[in-house]
Design a binder for this molecule. Structure first.
Ligand code: ADP
Length: 169
């Protein structure tokens, strides 16, 4: 009997970018079910609340067609525990430059010790998206730059507004 392939794609998604979307659409081709885990991550001082980020990811997922079942969930605890909770056996991560590699390698090492039943799968960032990061998107928006080529349309509007509000404070 073949096991259902359930992937867990964790991230802060502050905000969701075209790079994240590309990883999601590619991962769904390899999986039966993908759980997108939106991390609370207070340490990163997110521009959007956890609820806002979950709603933004959900809205974009509603636009996708076909492929695996996608669920979006907030998560606050330990990643490997959450993987067990949602029945995920595959951790999906995206790799951009060498700087991602070191952190991801370490994360993989620790996660695999905490739960050897969860295998990690790393998808290389597509050349079109490898320079995109949520933090740079926010920085560009903060200074009034055009972020429409880096994030989905509704997210570009929301991020531009949020960063302008922050600058005005
Ligand atoms: P985290 O707080 O875990 O870094 P992010 O939301 O920044 O959360 O990223 C979530 C995952 O998506 C990570 O595996 C990250 O490497 C990957 N990722 C981020 N941006 C891109 C991109 N432009 N292309 C491919 N993968 C990406």
């Amino acid at each position: 009997m073949s096991q259902t392939r359930t992937g867990l794609y964790p991230g802060t998604f502050d905000p969701l970018t075209n790079g994240h979307l590309d990883i999601i659409s590619r991962a769904t081709k390899l999986l039966d079910r993908l759980v997108i885990a939106v991390a609370i991550n207070p340490g990163k001082g997110p521009a959007f609340t956890l609820e806002e980020r979950v709603a933004m990811v959900e809205a974009e997922m509603a636009k996708l067609t076909g492929g695996a079942t996608i669920e979006v969930m907030p998560f606050r605890g330990l990643l490997v525990d959450f993987a067990a909770e949602v029945g995920a056996n595959i951790m999906v991560r995206g790799l951009r430059a060498v700087v991602d590699y070191e952190y991801e390698f370490q994360l993989y090492g620790m996660n695999s010790k905490l739960n050897p039943d969860v295998e990690s799968v790393f998808l290389m960032a597509d050349a079109r998206y490898q320079s995109i990061s949520s933090s740079l998107v926010k920085e560009i928006a903060m200074f009034g730059g055009d972020i429409s080529q880096f994030v989905p349309e509704d997210i570009a509007v929301a991020t531009t507004q949020r960063m302008a509000d922050r600058m005005a404070k």
